[in-house]
Design a protein around this ligand. Structure first.
Ligand SMILES: *[C@@H]1O[C@H](CO)[C@@H](O)[C@H](O)[C@H]1NC(C)=O
Ligand SMILES: *[C@@H]1O[C@H](CO)[C@@H](O)[C@H](O)[C@H]1NC(C)=O
Length: 307
């Protein structure tokens, strides 16, 4: 499989230094490009499937592009133990948004746009486009057609670049419990690389349509990629997460508070929010009072939490 040996090798090994142990599910990947062709754009529509519950840290589902010396552009959806603290989501939702592992202003790290609560039935559209300055990448993540998260990074055209899915488990993650679906995926190169399809790596259990090109190798499309659930032995036992029913109605955690933070929270009265619940942030209209002894701590413009 190309994922570990080729394009993502460097980015993944950099990422691995930040966490104790990563386990990887099956992947669909392409790369590296040949003949001076660079990856300059990629687009897909993603459905993460039902989230594992109870949640365990950290399941990250993403689709990325990189080359061996660039950062890893990797928007997607995460599921963790504390979903309320992570993005204000309920336990059986996902937190989805733009993310990048690499250097920004000389600092190596995981850089992210806003992460937003997402249902298993939502469609997350991910677009990475190299701008005409041949340096800036604009990452745009939308949910059901509306933009929810953006990020800019500066790796330029990804020479000898590639593209692939990631089903990544850190720490006590118990794996994924649903098939993850990528629809109408398009990868655009700077010039034609007729041999790009020969680099395709398809992991065990992955079901994908044929990779096709209508312009002799500059634009590549695949109608459907289905990544199977990932079963691993975590500290919590083999795949302890049980699938929630995808499509079941979910409600965000009840919220409340004592301290007002930035944002437009209406601060309902007579309510209290438990530890880790959201209590403020732009667009937040829930309760802004935290149950004693917790206080509403500012995290960012979009999120305050009872801690
Ligand atoms: C990755 O792309 C950058 C930007 O174009 C380029 O400078 C670098 O040489 C590429 N790395 C490889 C291994 O080709
Ligand atoms: C994928 O493309 C087909 C054909 O153009 C279209 O009918 C369908 O709505 C697309 N699906 C998504 C999720 O964009």
């Amino acid at each position: 499989m190309k994922l570990s040996s080729g394009l993502f090798g460097i980015a993944i090994s950099m990422a691995a230094t930040l966490v104790k142990a990563d386990s990887w599910g099956s992947a669909w990947s392409l790369g590296p490009t040949h003949n001076g062709a660079a990856v300059v754009k990629a687009t897909t529509h993603f459905q993460p499937g039902a989230a594992p519950t109870p949640n365990e840290d950290i399941l990250a589902l993403w689709i990325g592009i990189s080359n061996a010396t660039s950062g890893l552009i990797q928007a997607g959806c995460d599921n963790v133990a504390n979903m309320a603290g992570y993005c204000g989501a309920a336990a059986n939702q996902w937190c989805c948004g733009a993310s990048y592992f690499g250097f920004q202003n000389g600092v190596l790290g995981q850089w992210s746009g806003k992460f937003v609560p997402t249902e298993c039935t939502d469609t997350i559209t991910i677009d990475y486009t190299l701008q005409s300055d041949q340096r800036t990448w604009v990452h745009t993540v939308s949910k059901n057609g509306a933009v929810i998260s953006t990020l800019q990074t500066f790796d330029g055209p990804l020479l000898q670049g590639g593209f692939g899915t990631g089903t990544e488990c850190n720490a006590n993650c118990g794996g994924s419990v649903s098939t993850q679906t990528y629809t109408n995926t398009t990868i655009v190169l700077s010039t034609a690389d007729p041999l790009f399809s020969s680099t395709l790596g398809v992991g065990a259990g992955v079901q994908a349509s044929q990779l096709t090109t209508a312009d002799s190798g500059k634009t590549w499309t695949v109608a459907s990629i289905k990544i199977p659930p990932m079963t691993i032995n975590s500290n919590l036992g083999p795949n302890t997460g049980k699938p929630a029913v995808c499509g079941a109605t979910t409600t965000p955690p009840a919220t409340t508070t004592t301290r007002t933070t930035t944002g437009t929270g209406s601060g309902s009265t007579g309510c209290t929010s438990p530890e880790f619940a959201q209590c403020g942030g732009s667009g937040f209209t829930g309760c802004t009072v935290c149950a004693s002894p917790f206080t509403c701590e500012f995290s960012n413009d979009f999120y305050s939490q009872c801690l």
